[in-house]
Design a protein around this ligand. Structure first.
Ligand code: HEC
Ligand code: HEC
Ligand code: HEC
Ligand code: HEC
Ligand code: HEC
Ligand code: HEC
Length: 471
């Protein structure tokens, strides 16, 4: 067997990966004796050493993969999949849905972060069902008991305390989990699509570092393999009578060839990035600039319950929602001179701009021009109409703008990408009932009545046709 290797190197003039594979296989399964090392030449010995390190690396990878699998297996809580025909399962999932909606949706959604984490996949994050049940019943108690995962997630969420549900029993919590894993069977017609915006994949940290470790090993493996191939190459070339100078691995790594390759990869990445950046222009999800006056939607909408339309006057009537001018603010701020957080400072800016003197309670100067920093900005080639969505479509502002009533600072909640618009059009059912706008779609009306069509989506009425959204 040992001769095989020497044969491979000595007699095959053309290096190929099959040779290499043979060598790796050989040194993995054959214990090479020290004496055998001495038989061969210095060069071949070096190759053998390299093969040995390769072998160790491969073994480590196998161990890590094994660990990661067992880790997942022991850390999971079993939640079964329910199919639509399984009546008992569906009933349980339905009960779970009712419980979830009544108790949990204030802070949780299935597939996105709200106040608490997205709950999908939660069964993989907990090591036992009992702990998960204990958490829901009284998270504080579990945290106090020193449970590491409970403490970790508590700290991750800035120590916000989850409400306790001591009245929920184990079976009810199992049903909630059943629903979260099988939302489709409990509510077969997804009437309100979950907004795709703000979805946050909650990858478990533990699998993350395993991935990185694997990545590191593979990188080292690649370098070693490359080192071996280049050595084999050298042997073959010397055999053919060439004089090849000896280079250390460090010299090889920092050779001109490497720089050239890096430069090539770098320029590709650069081009890609510039391209991506251009596509992302004006499409900055999460954009939340500081405004010239620190206006808070949380205070005005959340606390003082002012309707959106009071300020965004044209949202139901026209394409644009309109951003209010400061004269609207004066309706109230002629009288409200102080705020809870900034005192008179921010409100004084309204007065200054409007030329109002609060001491005399009258306008003393002509109003100045004032502009808010615009946050949402669709490209010019896109047609979007608020009135169509809010008034005709009956979609709540929050579906597209998030929980505005909680924003201290306004932000762009949705990605405003084409995919975002189209996804919603595919999923959202058109509200036909009492809607004169749709009388033209008599065919669908009839089909709905006959029951040959379960629902009509925006896409059905042409909501994915290019010219509907593009000028
Ligand atoms: C008042 C807000 C609130 C309510 C209501 C609430 N939760 Fe939570 N929940 C949280 C927060 C916040 C966390 C994150 C951990 C922390 O800070 O305590 C959390 C964490 C969790 C976790 C752990 C998530 C993970 O990633 O491991 C589960 C499971 C959970 N909640 C289930 C529920 C269920 C089931 C209900 C309804 C019966 C519910 N929660 C109701 C706020 C809430
Ligand atoms: C008291 C007046 C007032 C009320 C009520 C109000 N807003 Fe606003 N809104 C403003 C002002 C002022 C701005 C511009 C400053 C800022 O961005 O915070 C704004 C900005 C916005 C923006 C971002 C505009 C941009 O630049 O792209 C959105 C979206 C928005 N509001 C939605 C809502 C929704 C939804 C409601 C109701 C839930 C609401 N607003 C209620 C005054 C108001
Ligand atoms: C319908 C009445 C109403 C309108 C319209 C209104 N506000 Fe207010 N505003 C209030 C009330 C009420 C308070 C809170 C007073 C308090 O809690 O002490 C307030 C407080 C404030 C504060 C102080 C915040 C703080 O924490 O110190 C600012 C700044 C402010 N408003 C800006 C505006 C701007 C800008 C507009 C116009 C876009 C506007 N408001 C329109 C009623 C209104
Ligand atoms: C179907 C999703 C959707 C709904 C529902 C929606 N908006 Fe918007 N909103 C958008 C988009 C998209 C933009 C960006 C428009 C642009 O840049 O031309 C926007 C922009 C805005 C702006 C900035 C000014 C403008 O018109 O560009 C305000 C203010 C606003 N929305 C308020 C509201 C209010 C208030 C409601 C509820 C009455 C609401 N929106 C409902 C998607 C929505
Ligand atoms: C949350 C869901 C939702 C999102 C997001 C959404 N739409 Fe819509 N859209 C609707 C609904 C519902 C209707 C149906 C109302 C109607 O028939 O007029 C509609 C109708 C339309 C129509 C009229 C279609 C027709 O056939 O008459 C246009 C144009 C449109 N949307 C453009 C957009 C654009 C552009 C975006 C993204 C910037 C967008 N929509 C994002 C739900 C959405
Ligand atoms: C429901 C509305 C909607 C429909 C239907 C739609 N688009 Fe778009 N499209 C958008 C929006 C919104 C953007 C802006 C996306 C952005 O700024 O990233 C866009 C951007 C684009 C762009 C510019 C590239 C980019 O990512 O910025 C092209 C090209 C385009 N659309 C082609 C099409 C074609 C072709 C169709 C028909 C098959 C189509 N669109 C149908 C909403 C729509």
């Amino acid at each position: 067997m040992f001769n095989n290797i020497v044969n491979v190197i000595e007699f095959q003039q053309n290096r190929n990966y099959l040779d290499l594979f043979q060598i790796v296989l050989f040194s993995t399964f054959h214990k090479i004796k020290t004496t055998e090392y001495y038989i061969c030449t210095e060069k071949i010995r070096r190759i053998m050493y390299n093969c040995k390190s390769l072998k160790i690396l491969c073994q480590l990878i196998v161990v890590i993969l094994f660990l990661s699998f067992t880790n997942n297996a022991s850390a999971a809580v079993a939640v079964p999949d329910v199919v639509a025909t399984d009546a008992a399962g569906v009933a349980k999932a339905k009960e779970g849905m009712a419980l979830f909606k009544a108790n949990c949706t204030a802070c949780h959604a299935i597939d996105k972060k709200v106040v608490g984490p997205a709950l999908t996949g939660v069964w993989d994050r907990w090591e036992s069902e009992d702990k998960l049940v204990a958490w829901v019943q009284n998270s504080g108690k579990l945290i106090a008991s020193g449970d590491p995962y409970a403490n970790k997630i508590f700290n991750e969420y800035n120590k916000s305390v989850m409400q306790s549900f001591p009245t929920l029993n184990k079976e009810q919590i199992q049903n909630i989990l059943l629903y979260i894993k099988n939302p489709g069977v409990a509510a077969p017609v997804a009437a309100t699509p979950a907004p795709t915006a703000g979805t946050e994949a909650n990858t478990a940290d533990s699998s993350n570092w395993l991935l990185w470790a694997l990545f590191g090993f593979l990188a080292v493996l690649a370098i070693l393999l490359w080192n071996i191939t280049s050595k084999l190459d050298k042997v073959v070339r010397e055999k053919a009578g060439e004089v090849v100078e000896d280079k250390t691995i460090v010299e090889k790594v920092f050779s001109k060839k490497t720089y050239k390759t890096l430069l090539f990869i770098g320029s590709i990445l650069l081009v890609f990035n510039v391209f991506n950046g251009a596509i992302d222009l004006g499409r900055s999800q999460g954009y939340a600039p500081e405004q010239p006056i620190k206006f808070s939607h949380a205070l005005h909408v959340g606390q003082n319950q002012i309707e959106c339309q009071y300020c965004h006057t044209s949202v139901e009537k026209s394409k644009h929602a309109s951003i209010p001018g400061l004269q609207i603010c004066m309706n109230c701020h002629k009288y409200v001179k102080q705020g809870p957080k900034y005192g008179t400072e921010e409100i004084a800016k309204i007065y200054a701009s409007q030329g109002w003197d609060p001491d005399q309670s009258k306008f003393v100067k002509a109003p100045k021009n004032f502009e808010w920093i615009k946050i949402h900005n669709l490209p010019d080639h896109v047609y979007f109409n608020h009135s169509q969505h809010v008034k005709v479509g009956g979609i709540k502002c929050q579906t597209c703008h998030g929980k505005v009533e909680e924003y201290e600072v306004m932000k762009q909640f949705a990605p405003l990408s084409m995919g975002w618009c189209i996804n919603c059009h595919r999923q959202t059912e058109v509200k036909f009932a009492d809607n004169k706008y749709y009388s033209v779609f008599q065919k669908y009306q009839d089909e709905l009545k006959k029951g040959t069509k379960a629902k009509v989506t925006v896409a059905d009425i042409g909501g994915t046709e290019c010219q509907k959204c593009h000028y």
